[in-house]
Design a protein around this ligand. Structure first.
Ligand SMILES: NC(=O)c1ccc[n+]([C@@H]2O[C@H](COP(=O)([O-])OP(=O)(O)OC[C@H]3O[C@@H](n4cnc5c(N)ncnc54)[C@H](O)[C@@H]3O)[C@@H](O)[C@H]2O)c1
Length: 320
């Protein structure tokens, strides 16, 4: 039987690096694509296509040349950088997605497409818990592009018969790759400031609760939704998935359990108003019921993994 070929666009980013490694380690055939090469040594020998996703011909041709069966489109402008460079963000997020959807729908070989949406589709009027199809009037360029993207995916599903699947990721935290300019980046960056010399300066206020997720669960969600029978994908838009929710003060207190000398100060900047418009947590009962979603990594586990990755060993509280 011919093997599946996974073409990952945005493969050198925070999520793409983890996706690519997980698929490669699972024995899948993977083709990486980005405007910059992968940094992780274990990905450097895999096929790599330097490709701008805004170039429609390049997208169609490169995916076809590799006999692509599954597309994972992860290249995007994120929330914070998107507010600084709105035209660039809109162009990359919309043109890139439409190029991928068109080329995939035209292809006779491509069986499935994965494209991530975000908690940014929810707006300030939503309230603390975002329901699956709750109030969605986003107020950032990034959120508007994700909301429109969800509707484009639904359109291609309905009118072009394309099997495109999607989840709304919360803020993602992982060991392998730095974040790419989002509003939840503090929860990754902080682990590079465990030992000072000055206190870590957090760009959100200490009580800003946001939904977050460890990369193991983010990759798990992609694997689960992509392997679910098509008849289980019942929601016409992206699925909410909840990992864990915390504020900076709670995360930093957990870090101090392992690094007693760790200190932080709070200096909210323009990202505070983006965060204020996002929900504290997501109701993900539809994903649980339809395709069996569950998250595994809690805050204690997450903090330990991040510190271990920085230190390769961890001083636990009762070990002095
Ligand atoms: N990281 C998060 O917390 C988070 C949360 C919710 C949703 N998401 C979504 O997950 C996806 C991946 O996010 P990420 O955090 O890995 O982002 P990232 O910024 O780390 O990576 C994006 C990658 O896209 C590449 N890229 C930029 N412009 C390109 C172009 N014109 N053509 C091809 N590649 C280009 C970049 O070089 C980069 O490697 C995005 O769709 C994002 O919206 C991420």
């Amino acid at each position: 039987m011919p093997r599946n070929v996974h073409f990952i666009i945005g493969a050198s980013g925070q999520l793409g690096t983890e996706f690519a490694l997980a698929l490669h380690q699972a024995g899948e055939q993977v083709v990486l694509s980005d405007i910059k090469p992968p940094e992780l040594d274990s990905l450097k020998d895999l096929p790599f296509e330097c490709m701008d996703v805004r170039d429609a011909d390049a997208v169609a041709n490169r995916m076809a040349q590799h006999g692509t069966t599954h597309v994972h489109h992860l290249a995007a402008a994120l929330s914070a950088r998107g507010e600084k460079e709105p035209q660039w963000a809109w162009d990359l997020n919309m043109r890139g997605l439409l190029n991928v959807l068109e080329a995939s729908a035209d292809s006779k070989k491509i069986a499935k497409v994965f494209w991530p949406s975000s908690i940014a589709v929810f707006g300030p009027k939503n309230g603390p818990v975002a329901e699956q199809n709750g109030h969605r009037i986003p107020e950032t360029v990034y959120g508007i592009s994700k909301q429109a993207g969800e509707q484009w995916c639904a359109w291609f599903r309905q009118h072009r018969g394309l099997d495109v699947r999607s989840v709304r990721y919360p803020g993602l935290i992982g060991e392998l790759s730095p974040p790419g300019g989002g509003t939840t980046d503090y929860a990754v960056e902080v682990f590079d400031h465990l030992d000072g010399p000055t206190p870590y300066s957090c760009f959100l206020s200490k009580d800003t609760v946001l939904p977050m997720m460890h990369m193991e669960d983010a990759v798990g969600a992609m694997m689960q939704i992509m392997s679910a029978p098509q008849g289980r994908i019942l929601n016409s838009e992206s699925y909410n998935i909840q990992g864990l929710s915390f504020d900076p003060e709670t995360l930093f207190a957990e870090i101090q359990q392992h690094v007693p000398g760790f200190e932080a100060v709070f200096a909210p900047d323009f990202r505070q108003s983006i965060a204020d418009g996002w929900p504290d947590e997501l109701n993900d009962s539809a994903a649980r019921e339809d395709w069996g979603w569950t998250a595994k990594v809690g805050i204690q586990d997450l903090v330990q993994r991040m510190i271990v990755s920085k230190r390769q060993s961890i001083p636990f509280p009762n070990e002095g």
